[in-house]
Design a binder for this molecule. Sequence first.
Ligand SMILES: [Zn+2]
Length: 457
Amino acid sequence: MIFFKKKEKKDSGDDIPIDLKADSGAPAENQQREIAARQGEAIPPLKELLYDALVKGAEKTMLDYSRDAVTGTYLIDGVWHNTDPRDRETGDAMLVAIKLLCGMNPDERRARQEGKFMVEHKVTKAKFLGKVTSQGVKTGERVIIEVRPKKFKGFKSLDDLGMREQMQERLREHMRAEQGIVLIAGPPGGGFTTTWNVALNSTDRLLRDFVGLEDKHHHETDVENINMTLFDGAAGETPDQIIQKIMLTQPDVLTLADLCNAATVNKLCQLANAPKEGKLIIAGVRAKDAVEALLRVLLLKASAPDFAEAVRAVLCVRLIRKLNDTCKQPYPPPPQLLQKLGIPPGRVQALYREWQPPPPDPEEEKKKKKKALPPGACPLCELEGPLCHGIFYRGRTGIFELLEVNDELREALVKKPQLEVLRNIVRASGHRGLQEEGILLVARGLTSLNELQRVMK
Ligand SMILES: [Zn+2]
């Protein structure tokens, strides 16, 4: 009897401090969805999964349904990590429950479906917005669950993103200019959207009139006080067709998250270069570094002389994970390594890396077997938080490259727009690229060489 009572309690999932709620229907509908979702008794394992994801700070949880199993992966600070697989029976029941909670059709396992739900912490009462996307794939079905705080505390300022004050000041100077083009560059998924928004947030858009252009299918800009005009890229509309119209309002600054064709670049250059009443243009480019961003614009077959005249600066960014302070491990850097990194001898006493277990000692091994750590745990963080959950990294910061375009570079953009030529000019001017900026972060002990290698790949 006692056994059954215990089991009953555990199966209700009461020991997990979150509640899952329907959120996308009318109140009566939501209530029905919650009742329906509870029928299959899969709410406890679902809560367990989502709570684990929340604790570990996962931005996304991906479930892949194949014939025999359900594999799970978490996206944490931009990197996918495996979690325990589920058997099909449990996994299927969980999927039915979450689909019912979201008002999705549990029988539909091929066509793409989207739904919303809510997570509430029982103790803190904090609310989290949940989003589910399901879609049939070759091997079965793929489900992505995103859970984020209702009051989202993302990067808001250049400080939050880790840009040093001196670089912020130089960037602000370009953003305050009356005319010219400032480019913001990053690889897709590597921090472009974050930096785009943080950079726009740091402009003087309360003092000047900002207008923005954006493809309605590629939402990037989430900044107040920018008057957005949307165009339909999928229907063949391009920004150049509407620039004229939006300039009738006489704005001071125009933003466009993606320079997509030569006609657009040429129009923007004309606006930026106009002798009187020139405009400031802030535009996005998908590129790995600042020099590549300049070349990408030219590769659209835009007018090189006009572009070279207009462009003032390129800000390039890469997000990099920070080592967890609790468990990061110092090591004396070999002199050859410091030399290779260009760090003067004596400047840095220790570099840091992910915690690595000491070489196994047979006696210790015996003891350890008795109190084995759960998989994915970190022995140092277990003793003293904050926890890294065996990932050894926590949170991210930005690596920035700010390339200010000088006359020599302008001339080369017109006469010899080749990667190596441009790189040599930039290097000779003493400019620090992403790699060098990243090494500074390693030297400061914020991140590891492994991580720098990963993000620069
Ligand atoms: Zn740790």
